[in-house]
Design a protein around this ligand. Structure first.
Ligand SMILES: [Zn+2]
Length: 114
């Protein structure tokens, strides 16, 4: 199994990770309650992390408008393609918008090639 994931899904899991990270850090502040400075630092870090995830979620929304909605030829579901090559959100079928890349081995680096 290749480690590739649909880009939008991947950013979404990153944002979710940030939320969890933020909550864990804020929870960690409990262990330092003797020190007001440490508690403040942990709380601020946690808050920044959660705010960061909000920004990332906003970014996903922005990217989604740029992504091209296609019907996956493999599973028939509607999925979003970001960049030249991306993966189906449901079945991880490699998809491309560039006919010249069709049939090529799926490679994330194709997104960067001109
Ligand atoms: Zn699919």
């Amino acid at each position: 199994m290749k480690p590739y994931k649909n880009k939008i899904n991947r950013i979404r899991s990153f944002a979710l990770g940030l939320v969890f990270f933020g909550f864990i850090i804020m929870y960690g502040a409990i262990f330092f309650r003797e020190s007001a400075i440490l508690v403040t630092i942990f709380m601020v870090l946690g808050l920044v992390s959660i705010l960061g995830s909000t920004v990332v979620y906003g970014w996903i929304g922005l990217l989604s408008t740029k992504a091209v909605q296609v019907v996956c030829p493999n599973c028939g579901k509607h999925t979003k393609v970001l960049g030249r090559v991306d993966m189906c959100m449901y079945c991880k079928e490699p998809l491309t918008l560039d006919p010249s890349l069709e049939g090529q081995e799926f490679d994330e680096s194709l997104n960067r090639k001109r």
